[in-house]
Design a protein around this ligand. Structure first.
Ligand code: S3P
Length: 426
């Protein structure tokens, strides 16, 4: 894909459904009894991997349209041993959450995914799930997938995680559904809480106090209607582009603004962006808003601490924005970036440097000096969807041509991204 400088970006759009919530809708709908209807589902490759895994375990999932599903849930004990290996594709959420569920089954499963998934750390789930009683083997002995999981009778534990990770927290809570006593997870900072909110809407008893979530075992989960809000992580590319590119004004409708995910909105405000948040009525526990953003004079800022988990997936596009801000932007406490779909510290530094940005990698983040114009370059997305989308936006505000290798990887979380972007370009 090739990108060139544009004059302005204007218009209204709705971004696709939230990826984290779409995964959970499929998983919890499969574990509930009766029918779950999902509207606004994200038909991205990652969520399709989750659908396929549950279909392989005997759950009937009808795709009425790409964004509308009917899941015929069979209850907590309704899964059956799949024929062959479960393929989780590029999806860390599928791999880690499903491991929690498989730990409580009375069959053995092997699961693996693509080259990126096979490099991502799974020790962080193997340890707590093993403490609960599951038997999990990393088949290459490197604490990564492929994983062989033999479910066993599980015990409730109180586990303290080393990093704020919703995938780890959710894997433990999901195993906790099958335990013989309550399970608690304490994290160093609050990570996204979609699991807690949605499990409760299905009838589970999950309580949160500070950064500790507790779940009672063996609830009766009943099928639900799930409305998936627009994904704030996908909206972030348009919010950033609307601020950076001259003479722009973009309205994004129906975006999820859960406070455990809204770090990007807080950063835009810190950077001086002209952004208006219009909350709209939500039928679920997930708050929703329409967002309006206009071209803005941006200033650098420091991102650290508890804010990081609330915007971890948005750091690549924030780094792009920081190139157009006045002054220095410092991102710290974000070492998790190294173990995402790619090493996002290295990949951002390499690609933004190629475009002329003043960026330095640090142990746990990066430092950017704004105000140096970007020029087009050849960008290697490393097949990381968030890198490809970030550099598509950078290319719209850079001199010359920007070419992105592996640009089709945006299908992981945002099929139709380039079409939506082009529609707004003036
Ligand atoms: C996700 C949690 C985050 C996030 C990922 C989706 C989830 O990962 O980066 O894109 O749906 O639970 P971690 O839990 O590893 O921080």
């Amino acid at each position: 894909m090739k990108f060139k400088r544009i004059k302005s970006l204007r218009g209204t759009l709705s971004v696709p459904g939230d990826k984290s919530i779409s995964h959970r809708a499929v998983m919890f709908g499969s574990l509930a009894e009766g029918l779950t209807e999902v509207e606004g589902f994200l038909p991205g490759a990652d969520c399709l991997s989750t659908i396929q895994c549950f279909q392989k375990m005997g759950i009937s999932i009808e795709e009425k349209s790409p964004t509308s599903l009917l899941i015929h849930g069979k209850g907590l004990q309704g899964l059956r041993k799949p024929d062959g290996i479960l393929d989780t594709g590029n999806s860390g959420t599928t791999t880690r959450l499903i491991s929690g569920i498989l730990s409580g089954q009375d069959f053995e499963t092997t699961l693996t995914g693509d080259a990126s998934i096979q490099k991502r750390p799974m020790g962080r789930i193997i340890e707590p799930l093993s403490l609960m009683g599951a038997s999990i083997e990393s088949l290459k002995g490197n604490h990564c997938a492929p994983l062989r999981i033999q479910g066993r009778p599980l015990h409730g534990i109180h586990y303290t995680t080393k990093t704020a990770s919703a995938q780890v927290k959710s894997a433990i809570l999901l195993a906790g559904l099958y335990a013989d006593s309550p399970t608690q997870v304490t994290e160093p900072a609050l990570s996204r809480n979609h699991t807690e909110l949605m499990l409760n809407s299905f009838g589970a008893q999950v309580q949160t106090r500070g950064t500790t979530a507790s779940i009672k075992p063996r609830p009766h989960l009943a099928g639900q209607k799930i409305l998936v809000p627009g994904d704030i992580s996908s909206a972030a590319y348009f919010l950033a582009a609307g601020c950076m590119i001259p003479d722009s004004e973009i309205r994004i409708c129906g975006v999820g603004i859960n406070p455990t995910r809204d770090g990007i909105l807080r950063v835009l405000q810190m950077m001086g962006a002209q952004i208006t948040i219009h909350p709209t009525e939500s039928e679920t526990a997930e708050p929703i808003a329409d967002l309006l953003v206009k071209t803005s004079e941006l200033r650098g800022c420091t991102l650290k601490g508890d804010l990081i988990p609330a915007l971890i997936d948005e750091i690549p596009i924030i780094a792009v924005m920081a190139c157009f801000a006045k002054g220095t932007t410092i991102i710290k406490d974000a070492a998790e970036l190294k173990v995402k779909e790619s090493n996002r510290i290295d990949v951002m530094v390499k690609n933004l440097s190629a475009m002329g940005a003043h960026i330095t990698a640090t142990e746990d983040g990066m430092i950017l000096e704004g105000g140096y114009p970007l020029h087009g370059a050849l960008i290697d997305s490393c097949l990381d969807h968030r890198i490809a989308m970030s550099f598509a936006v950078a290319g719209l505000h850079a001199d010359g041509e920007t070419r992105i290798l592996g640009a089709e990887c945006v299908n992981i979380s945002y099929p139709g991204f380039y079409r939506d972007l082009e529609r707004l370009c003036q």
